[in-house]
Design a protein around this ligand. Sequence first.
Ligand code: 13P
Length: 329
Amino acid sequence: MPITFAVLGSGGWGTAVACLLAQHPDHRVRLWSAHPERAALLNAARENARLLPGVKFPDALRVEFDVASAVAGADCWVSAIPTAYLRATLHRFSGLCGPDVPVVSLTKGLEVATFRRPSEIISEVLGTEKVAVLSGPSHAEEVARGMPTSLAVAAPDGGFAMWVQQRFGTDRFRVYTNNDLIGVELAGALKNVIGIAAGVCDGLGFGDNAKAAMLTRGLVEMTRFGVAHGAEPATFSGLTGIGDLMTTCFSPHGRNRRVGYRLGQGEALAEVLAGPQVAEGVLTAKSVHERATRSGIEAPIMTGVYEVLHNGKPPLAAVQDLLSRSLKH
Ligand code: 13P
């Protein structure tokens, strides 16, 4: 009996995971695109030429625009919708799911107004408790081309996490299970903010020393912030913490690093954000700053990123302020 997956969101990551799942001989995959003309284009070309050029869709993958056709009879939903659109988009599907439809969340962000994690938004809107979070260092371009990748899956239902491990895992896509859902999800969101800071260092022309310091002190902030919200500290030294942080901070094609890089080079924010891809860290910086300020959590790097993005602070001034903070010991 084949297993049917409905992947919601045809961005780079949604497309790469849809292709990965469709390689399995027992899987059928429907990839839902929010744009009718894009869905038609993807189906006709059998590839996402804009985001993953040269990666051909397996035969078992079909692209849908109609919401009902996308999820009809699906055994598992996979959400790859950016955080800013997640709640509104899921509302279009809310009447179509059973009470306990299993959902795998691929989104790494935090809702600005509510501070909700993507898995919480999914549970709220779809009314399911069976939500798993799959996260880790996983650039879509590499996964789509079969390059080795390791991630972690976390879910309140350990049996579901193991099912995801089995169904998503291949000899090139290694999935570990992790019990710390809050930590896995928060680490994935927070690393995007530090990725922007790392990009700023590169854009300003700083060297390896500055970047290593930004990454290391950034990880300390991520851990402090996560632990204050119920995460396990160990999660931040694993794949979904430092692992994903390294990928985001060093990759030339990382979206968040690129935002920071271009700001560091002196481009205006509006210009930087005009591209087709979503850099989640931009809005996450806002929700984290608000929460850190309200809860008295020390997060100077993430605050600096917030100031640059949302208060027009010059990137160099933000770095200088970080460097001249008084040392406690
Ligand atoms: P970036 O594109 O910012 O690196 O984010 C992608 C990601 O989360 C890779 O794991």
